[in-house]
Design a protein around this ligand. Structure first.
Ligand SMILES: [Zn+2]
Ligand SMILES: [Zn+2]
Length: 443
């Protein structure tokens, strides 16, 4: 624990040490007086992925907390589908950059120690650990785009924060990790929350639910009375569905091959859920029909209903969110029509009306092409996905308030909780898509 009053000289020394910590180099070369918190050497359990050896729960030893770092006792962690390829018990080593690491990139927990330079959080704070940072100082943050904060996805620049029993250094995936009893992250990834909403529900706010919700509330700003289409009813898509409901959309049409996910979408605010396998090649036309207004009389504010030429683009969604993507692992439930995710990208483009908005959020395999003239003439705006224009320090507290009012529902999205020793099962269910969101609860 840090002493409450520190001398100016000590502060300057700590500042210098922090500079080294930020760049991720020379971490062990700093003064022990600066580096050693009372928690260094503490043992804890974590779900660790080792190159070529898959993942398992191991006992680790904590390294000293750096001046800009925060030690968080994790309460709950919801595995993200994006992290699945490297997190499964039988995973190969190709995806984890040749080092041992703790998978995932979001969690919720309580601050147990702060480095000398940390300002945002205090010991005892409950914090959402977000997959996207917001430092407030980098070029992207200063230009209003903190979901592209340059501290996010730093990969190998994040130093190890623990060692395994065989001496192997262990880092956290994307500098965050989450599936461990303790995590050490820099403060720009943390948002303190002051609420009685249970940790298990808050565990969806660092990443999945929030990304989809922000897509509709922050970057695209769904208008009341509009037609919204969401491809994919995974945790991100269901966040987008809830944004459609909260923002007052007239229709929220979901496209999802998995039956139980269509049913969940209807419970969470969708007005219709379509199966892309059943709709086949007629899917886009079906959506256009659902979005056409009560009249085709243009002088009366209607959309042209004819289906040839440019007027074809008059009908369609005002806002489209593609929250579907490629299969990271073969699903053990209903398969979608295209494992690469490219077909849905194409359909999302085509089902959006002239002048409408669409956002691509899924990770896909390969490239897809658009008619160049349609880009020039149809006036559709493509928004970048990432975390949907999420400003974590601004938006996590807003979404927490909506949860307190019962307007955002994380509870319905959580289909299983697991102790840390069953973390592999929690990842496997997500990989197989047999459950929507699973949450690992630390004891
Ligand atoms: Zn994620
Ligand atoms: Zn930044």
């Amino acid at each position: 624990m840090e002493s409450k009053s520190i001398s100016r000289r000590k502060l300057i020394k700590r500042s210098a040490a922090a500079g080294a910590a930020i760049s991720g180099v020379a971490l062990q070369a700093q003064s022990p007086g600066v580096l050693r918190g009372s928690n260094a050497g503490r043992k804890f359990r974590a779900y660790v992925t080792r190159p070529g050896k898959g993942s398992a729960v191991e006992e680790l030893t904590l390294l000293p907390v750096q001046p800009r770092q925060v030690l968080v006792r994790i309460e709950a962690c919801a595995p993200c589908y994006t992290t699945v390829p490297r997190a499964l018990p039988q995973a190969s080593g190709t995806a984890n950059r040749g080092r041992a690491e703790i998978p995932n990139h979001a969690a919720v927990g309580v601050v147990e120690e702060i480095g000398a330079l940390v300002k945002r959080v205090q010991k005892g704070d409950r914090v959402v650990v977000a997959g996207t940072s917001q430092c407030g100082q980098c070029y992207q943050c200063l230009h209003g785009d903190p979901d592209f904060c340059q501290f996010t996805f730093g990969g190998d620049v994040f130093p190890p924060f623990a060692t395994a029993s065989d001496g192997t250094a262990v880092a956290a995936q994307a500098g965050v990790g989450g599936s461990s009893e303790l995590a050490v992250v820099t403060e720009e990834y943390l948002c303190p929350v002051f609420t009685s909403v249970p940790a298990v529900e808050l565990s969806l706010l660092g990443d999945q639910l929030t990304s989809g919700f922000a897509a509709g509330m922050c970057r695209m700003k769904i208008e009341a009375g509009s037609n919204v289409v969401v491809f994919g009813a995974g945790p991100v898509g269901l966040g987008a569905v809830q944004a459609g409901r909260v923002m007052g959309a007239a229709q929220v049409i979901v496209i999802e091959p998995i039956r139980y996910r269509r049913e969940l979408a209807m419970r969470l605010g969708a007005t219709m859920a379509l199966d892309p396998n059943a709709e086949g090649a007629g899917l886009v036309e079906k959506i256009r029909e659902l979005c056409k207004g009560p009249t085709d009389r243009k002088f009366a504010g209607g959309e042209a209903w004819i289906t040839n030429g440019m007027a074809n683009g008059a009908r369609g969604a005002d806002f489209t969110i593609n929250a579907s993507g490629m299969d990271n692992a073969p699903p053990k439930v209903e398969r979608g029509p295209d494992p690469t995710g490219l077909l849905a990208m194409q359909q999302a483009w085509e089902c959006t009306r002239m002048g409408g908005h669409l956002m691509y959020m899924g990770m896909v395999q390969g490239n897809f092409s658009l008619n160049g003239t349609s880009l020039a003439l149809l006036g559709r705006t493509i928004h970048p996905g990432q975390q949907g224009g999420f400003h974590m320090m601004r938006d996590i507290p807003r979404i927490v308030k909506l949860m307190e009012r019962g307007l955002v529902d994380a509870k319905t999205m959580i289909q299983g909780t697991y102790p840390l020793e069953k973390a592999g099962e929690a990842y496997q269910e997500v990989a197989d898509r047999t459950k929507l969101s699973t949450v690992i609860l630390m004891s």
